[in-house]
Design a protein around this ligand. Structure first.
Ligand SMILES: *Cc1c(COP(=O)(O)O)cnc(C)c1O
Length: 401
């Protein structure tokens, strides 16, 4: 029998594009995680807004186990019952008329951007290809999506990059209105910038983008990979802003921990993707679709109200920590996507703080070097939150001390 894997094996065998924590989680339930040594952590990261209903959720596990004995994969030469059920639910609960499934957020955005380019070419001919995106946005790691993302450090090494992509300052409607033209094919925006610092859009910004896209016949794409699936206290954040996109992308929490991505759109857009124009091997497989349907079934109004209540609880605790230790300068976000920006003396040290937090037994995220980010399970218990914030406070005492 081979020895139990050790963290050193990561450095030995894995492509080093990540730098994982020194401990290895081996088991998790709800919002609690155990590592190889049996130490426990409260999970305020949720696998980066993925484990929307906690680890080892019994409803998801039951649904997955039942499907495992039926049908895993059949390919897109056939459809399947779970994917049709999931598509129907998504259409009935959103602006969309049609859904395309894939396996990740990047793939959903890749599909969205390709669809927008094709719709523009089909309707208006050549030349209408410009994509407007925003500084600090994150849309994934494929060459197209990473170039559309607004952090050049992630794409610069991979030149030559896809062209005709313009980055403008987020929440600056004037900048968009000065720049947009009949050449613009799409505007892609996160309703709340996630990776780039947890920055919510001003409602007037999203409304203004909608009007500008209508005026210039451009497709409005909302990247809800992080904000979707109940994260903000609405099923999708656009519903709480009251602004409908033409294409919406979803992933992360939609699968509750099982990989799935989805691109939701209107009929008039969907018709541009005819057989042969776009595709995927695993997208829409019965296992992922089954789990996602079970996630959506649990995102009822009581759960979404609970998200808003937990938001208020966490924000109040972060405000109290700020009063006591002067550690944060701004607390922002919606629902259970919350960012706490470090005050001036602590800028650049978010990772130091999350490392200390892990030592104390709480898992949190960063969103850039200056922002602590929380994206726990939407159903995290208040007793887990109490424990987590007591541990976080101990980490902060060490951090400022
Ligand atoms: C995580 C994320 C993505 C990329 O999703 P992957 O599943 O990692 O490809 C895209 N957009 C946003 C807003 C994200 O938060």
């Amino acid at each position: 029998m081979s020895a139990r894997p050790h963290r050193d094996d990561f450095d030995k065998y894995m492509v080093p594009c990540f730098s994982p924590a020194p401990f290895i989680p081996v088991k998790a339930s709800g919002s609690q995680v155990w590592d190889q040594q049996g130490k426990t952590y409260i999970d305020l990261a949720g696998g980066i807004a993925v484990n929307a209903l906690g680890h080892a959720n019994p409803h998801l596990a039951e649904a997955l186990k039942a499907q495992i004995d039926r049908l895993w994969h059949i390919g897109n030469g056939y459809t399947n019952e779970p994917v049709l059920q999931l598509a129907k639910t998504l259409v009935e609960s959103t602006f969309a008329d049609k859904v395309f499934f894939c396996n990740s957020g990047a793939e959903a955005n890749e599909a969205a951007l390709k669809l927008a380019r094709k719709v523009a070419a089909d309707r208006h001919g050549k030349g209408k290809s410009e994509i407007i995106a925003f500084q600090n946005a994150f849309h994934g790691r494929t060459l197209f999506t990473v170039t559309v993302g607004g952090q050049p450090k992630y794409s610069a090494d991979y030149a030559p990059l896809p062209g005709d992509i313009t980055h403008l300052p987020y929440n600056d409607l004037q900048a968009v209105s000065d720049h947009i033209s009949e050449r613009t094919c799409a505007v892609i925006v996160e309703p709340i910038i996630g990776e780039g610092g947890v920055r919510p859009a001003d409602p007037a910004f999203l409304q203004g983008l909608r009007q500008l896209c209508d005026r210039y016949h451009a497709t409005l794409i909302f990247d809800e990979v992080q904000t979707g699936a109940g994260r903000t206290g609405s099923l999708y954040a656009y519903q709480h802003y009251g602004v409908e996109p033409d294409i919406l992308t979803s992933a992360k929490g939609l699968g509750g921990g099982f990989p799935i991505g989805a691109m939701l759109t209107r009929d008039a857009w969907a018709q541009a993707f005819q057989p042969g124009t776009h595709g995927t091997t695993f997208g829409g497989n019965p296992l992922a679709a089954t789990v996602a349907s079970s996630v959506l079934a649990q995102l009822d109004s009581a759960l979404l109200e609970g998200v808003k209540a937990r938001h208020s609880w966490i924000v109040a605790r972060l405000a109290a920590l700020t009063t006591q230790y002067g550690v944060f300068s701004d607390i922002r976000g919606a629902g259970l996507l919350i960012g706490a920006e470090l005050a001036a003396p602590y800028r650049g040290k978010a990772k130091t703080l999350t490392n200390l937090a892990a030592e104390e037994g709480v898992i949190a995220l960063i969103a850039g070097p200056d922002v602590l980010r929380f994206a726990p399970a939407l159903n995290i218990s208040y007793s887990d939150l109490e424990t987590a914030f007591a541990r976080l406070e101990r980490a902060i005492v060490r951090f400022v001390g």
